[in-house]
Structures are given as structure tokens and as C-alpha cells.
Write a protein that binds this ligand. Structure first.
Ligand SMILES: [Zn+2]
Length: 216
């Protein structure tokens, strides 16, 4: 069945359900995530979702806030710098419900979650969880689309993707579809986004690591 444009771009939430307080994921990823969570628990890791589904309007608000902070006339390079960390509205993998940012609340203690690479490094608070996931996540269908910096989105060791669903979503999303959604729900810097949609799509959407470590 074709995936609707509304679901691909975060304008619908009919495909997600709440998996933990305040966090929603794709209903067809719940059993795989829960199985992985239980296996992690048995190995002594408290795997939790820091951020699951996020809709278009939320992503548009993030984009608005970040671009506002640049002042009246943001340079091309400044907008690209934002896109290294934040997706364009409509192009976030979090819209799909197949992707989630994870952490271990027990390892965090009283500290605040930063979602920074050092926290997930071997000697960081989530080093043990990350090492466990590197050995086991693939068995449950999960991988890291931002495992390495490919010149688009920065390395994000907290961002997992459920390949059995997200591979199809990634295929279905196109620059033309994004442009249509932007026309209907104009984000900040609509002109700049529209003008560069093809190259932005290549650099920040299509340019992700493959799910080559998935075993099933
Ligand atoms: Zn993420």
C-alpha cells in the first residue's frame, strides 16, 4: 500500500501510538522496539525513548525558532548549519514514527540529557547501552541512519531507525512531495527551501547510512 504524503511529511498521526508517556512511535514498530527494550533490560540497560514521533508543525516551529535566531538576513551557510542538526519541516524521519532518539535514564542519574555524541561514546554515560545496541539492535531491525557524518546531517549516535518500515518511507519521500507540502503549509524561508529543494534533499534526506547491518 502506498504511504500517504500526510504520513510521510508529518501532517497525520494516525500511524503512531503512545509507547511510553509522551512518546509515540509507528504502531508497526512497537513489538520490535519492545522486544529490543526487554532484551536490553535483561542485559542491565534501561532503553528509553527521548523523542519519537514529531509532527510537521512541531518541526516547522523548531525551524522557525532556529532561523529567527540568525537575524533578518541569514546567509546560505547559516541555514545549512541549522540543517546539520535539524531536519527541514516535512523531511524529519521522526515524522514517520519509525525513528527515535534513545537513551538510558538510569545511566544519566541527575544530569540532564543533552543528546550530544560524547554521551554515547565508550566512556560516556550511554557507552554501555550503545555497545549493547551495536551488538544486538540489528537483530530487531534497528540501525543508525546517522552513524557517520556523510556531509549532511551530523553523526547522531542516539538516533535509531526501524529499517523494515523506514526503508519504504525513505523511498517514498521525494523533493516534489516536500515542495507540495511546503506550498500548503509554508515554513520560514519558503523561498530558499523551494529554490534549493533538490540539492537539500540529496544532502540532508537521501544522504544517510544504509541499513546494511540488519540481519533479518
Ligand atoms: Zn532523532
Amino acid at each position: 500500500m502506498a504511504i500517504s504524503a500526510d504520513i510521510l511529511c508529518g501532517l497525520s498521526d494516525t500511524h503512531v501510538i503512545e509507547i511510553s508517556p509522551g512518546q509515540r512511535v509507528h504502531r508497526q514498530s512497537v513489538s520490535a522496539f519492545t522486544a529490543m527494550q526487554q532484551a536490553a533490560q535483561a542485559a542491565g540497560h534501561h532503553l528509553q525513548i527521548a523523542s519519537g514521533f514529531r509532527d510537521y508543525h512541531r518541526q516547522a516551529a523548531i525551524w522557525q525558532r532556529k532561523t529567527d535566531a540568525l537575524g533578518a538576513m541569514p546567509a546560505d551557510t547559516a541555514l545549512h548549519e541549522i540543517l546539520r542538526w535539524s531536519a527541514m519541516p516535512g523531511a524529519s524521519r521522526h515524522h514517520w514514527g519509525t525513528d527515535m532518539d534513545i537513551y538510558d535514564p538510569d545511566a544519566l542519574g541527575a544530569d540532564k540529557l543533552q543528546l550530544e555524541p560524547w554521551e554515547y561514546a565508550n566512556d560516556g554515560p550511554f557507552g554501555p547501552l550503545t555497545q549493547w545496541l551495536q551488538a544486538h539492535a540489528g537483530k530487531f531491525g534497528f540501525y543508525w541512519p546517522y552513524a557517520r557524518d556523510l556531509g549532511g546531517v551530523n553523526c547522531e549516535p542516539w538516533h535509531l531507525s526501524y529499517a523494515p518500515l523506514s526503508a519504504g518511507y525513505q523511498q517514498a519521500l521525494t523533493p516534489a512531495l516536500l515542495s507540495r507540502v511546503w506550498q500548503a503549509h509554508p515554513p520560514a524561508h519558503l523561498g530558499w527551501l523551494s529554490e534549493h529543494v533538490e540539492s537539500l534533499f540529496r544532502r540532508y534526506v537521501a544522504n544517510v547510512c544504509p541499513a546494511d547491518s540488519i540481519e533479518n
